[in-house]
Design a binder for this molecule. Structure first.
Ligand code: PLP
Ligand code: ZN
Length: 419
């Protein structure tokens, strides 16, 4: 474990005690609300040796020396150490070395397990009695699973109309899911519960959202550690992520920055936010720190990343790494979901392929140069949200027990001829 010294504002550096994990920075609120982040004593990581990692568990807890919780206190389901798959065909077509970090291989089938394992472990250590989250998707499903593992009650606020596999998944783990009629009321209730009963919040719960619980965001640093280790301590040129609150983007940047300071890698990759409404892109274009609120110009099938306003922590990671933000469309997502599944055998949730859509746009604009190495984060698997894929496929052809009829159907429906 790395001994946490407290929290600090991502924007102004103001120091806060560790117990402030539920709130943003007082000083920055008027100008540009900012999340806090865990700060460590200057020599907290100096005893860590890269060579010792291999002896650790094959989970993200092999990096416990860089996390704020002891490995022996971890609430773990075997998360992390997900494959970094070289997508040769897609990469060759795009003219780059393209890797896909397949986060669907985590215990609840998304990258949110990195947040959940660290935040629930920290909650248990602090003595929290109730885990609480506002989520309709992967984050709620992940904390529900880890809360079950920790034998802590878990409350998830969602809104009426949210449905589908992830809400079912939360309830399967025993989470108490409540829906509000108005979307904004989820946060009101969570805030009141935090203040009145001391519930331990893992997600944002006030506007504007600045990011999730900073103890959980530390879990995303392991994305950087794993990518660096899997590439034999060479940093890739680019890392591209689908972004909502920017927790994973910021955490990954922080992880790379720590490795650079430790001397384990020589540079930090350029980090890219793939977004649906373009708040980070508009903010970068405008300059300054005030996040631009975008109109909800259209509905999107990327429900997991449908925020119309970015966060300061995401902006910080992009600027510090000389990265950028890229707008992607629903058509892009459908096309890349199909290409990734049929071309590489990897079926991703629509939001997840936003990273690939952004990669192809950056390559088309020659921002990513020929031959560069690129890691696209596939944040969750396609089974999290199959409805749209199913709609595009149409009915499965029904055939009699007659091979000629089956061959006719293969030809007619799939254009496949066995001869
Ligand atoms: C599948 C998927 N991808 C990406 C994101 C964006 O995550 P973050 O809030 O870390 O930017 C989410 C989270 O809401 C998600 O569920
Ligand atoms: Zn501040």
């Amino acid at each position: 474990m790395a001994q946490a010294a407290g929290l600090a504002c991502v924007r102004c550096g103001a120091a806060y005690p560790l117990t402030r994990y539920a709130f943003d920075c007082d000083r920055c609120r008027a100008e540009s609300p900012s999340n806090l982040t865990v700060r460590y004593a200057p020599d907290a990581c100096s005893a860590i040796r890269r060579e010792a990692l291999a002896a650790g568990p094959r989970t993200l807890w092999r990096y416990a020396g860089l996390l704020p919780v002891e490995a022996r206190d971890a609430v773990s389901l075997g998360e992390g150490m997900t494959p970094l798959v070289l997508a040769e065909r897609l990469g060759n077509n795009l003219g780059m070395r393209l890797f896909i970090k397949d986060e669907s291989r985590n215990p609840t089938w998304s990258f949110k397990d990195r947040l959940a394992t660290v935040v629930v472990s920290a909650a248990r250590q602090i003595g929290a009695r109730v885990i609480a989250s506002s989520s309709s998707g992967n984050a709620g499903a992940a904390v529900a699973a880890y809360a079950a593992r920790a034998r802590l009650p878990c409350i998830v606020f969602t809104y009426q109309g949210a449905a589908g596999p992830m809400v079912t998944q939360m309830r399967a783990y025993g989470a108490m899911v409540l829906a509000t009629r108005e979307k904004a009321d989820r946060w009101t209730l969570l805030e009141k519960g935090v203040r009145r009963f001391g519930w331990f919040p893992t997600s944002p719960f006030f506007a504007p959202a600045v990011g999730s619980n900073p103890l959980g965001v530390e879990g995303y640093k392991t994305l950087a550690y794993e990518v660096a280790e899997q590439l034999n301590w060479q940093a890739p040129d680019w890392c591209v992520l689908p972004v909502c609150y920017g927790d994973a983007l910021y955490g990954m940047w922080k992880g790379f920055e720590e490795l650079r300071r430790l001397g384990w890698i020589d540079r930090v990759p350029r980090l890219v936010a793939a977004e649906i409404y373009g708040s980070l892109g508009a903010t970068l274009a405008a300059g300054g720190d005030a996040l631009v609120d975008m109109p909800k110009s259209h509905d999107t099938l990327a429900t997991s990343i449908s925020a119309t306003r970015g966060t300061y922590q995401a902006l910080h990671a992009i600027r510090e790494s000389n990265g950028t933000a890229v707008l992607v469309s629903d058509d892009d997502l459908l096309a890349w979901q199909a290409r990734l599944a049929a071309g590489e055998g990897m079926y991703a949730e629509p939001s997840s392929v936003a990273a690939l859509a952004a990669v192809s746009r950056l390559r088309a604009g020659n921002v990513i140069e020929p031959g560069q190495s690129v890691v696209a984060l596939m944040t969750a698997g396609g089974l999290k949200d199959v409805a749209r894929t199913a709609r595009g496929q149409g009915e499965v052809p029904v055939v009699p027990a007659d091979l000629d009829a089956a061959v006719d159907a293969l030809r007619a429906v799939y254009g496949f001829s066995p001869e």
